[in-house]
Design a protein around this ligand. Structure first.
Ligand code: CA
Length: 227
């Protein structure tokens, strides 16, 4: 298997060094950039499989960089793990809304970073034997037959509701921002009225009946399907 490449953008040398060491020990090829703008140049020069991104950076800050990467088709799918310091909760929410995949709050252990990085990469890997039946609690979704059963009873779904439910089930428990859902379910690039998502979630909950509360609202961020 090819070595997976990680770009780490972090301006604090001690943190950068310890993370690089630990990620390389796990077999990743790690490149370090100390500024947002040089990090962006590094990505354009050679694509990475994952970006570990500090938020407070010289040059271009982490949020602005995320915005730029998501806007560019060449990098919009690049998974991003953000490093946030205490007091950056608002930035963290903005980062997730912009499409970051995960965040780690400082101070963190290098081990934690390695685990999160691996988890994000694993989630993105296409599974060889994709089961046709998705099952969470009393919800059963037959993917090829487009059929939903809730606690054994069949419930009809529209095409959009089907895509929305399938996505929430496949992303097992992970919070999906409204922006992500809009882009992955509806295919909108950005800035379309996010109430579209809320409306469909409401309808989907009705169809899920006794399992409706599996779809949790994460205030200020989006939705997740409770495993
Ligand atoms: Ca920093």
């Amino acid at each position: 298997m090819a070595q997976e490449r990680i770009l780490l953008i972090e301006d604090e040398p001690d943190i950068a060094e310890v993370l690089q060491y630990n990620l390389e020990k796990e077999g990743f090829a790690v490149e370090v950039a100390r500024r947002g703008d040089t990090g962006l140049e590094a990505l354009r020069r050679e694509p990475a499989d994952l970006l570990v991104l500090d938020l407070m950076l010289p040059g271009i800050d982490g949020l602005e960089l995320t915005r730029l990467l998501k806007r560019d088709a060449a990098t919009s799918r690049l998974p991003i793990v953000m490093l946030t310091a205490r007091g950056e909760e608002v930035d963290r929410i903005v980062g997730l809304e912009l499409g970051a995949d995960d965040y780690i709050s400082k101070p963190f252990s290098p081990r934690e970073v390695v685990l999160r990085v691996k988890a994000v990469l694993r989630r993105l890997q296409p599974e060889d034997a994709v089961s046709d039946l998705l099952e969470v609690g009393g919800i059963q979704l037959d993917v090829s037959g487009h059929q939903l059963r809730v606690r054994g009873r069949e419930a009809p779904l529209t095409a959009t509701e089907f895509r929305l439910l399938r996505l929430l089930m496949e992303r097992g428990g992970r919070v999906q921002t409204r922006g992500q859902l809009l882009s992955d379910v509806w295919g909108y690039a950005e800035d379309i009225d996010s109430r579209t998502v809320d409306t469909h979630i409401r309808r989907l909950r009705r169809k899920l009946g006794p399992e409706a509360d599996r779809i949790e609202t994460v205030i200020g961020v989006g939705y997740r399907l409770r495993p």
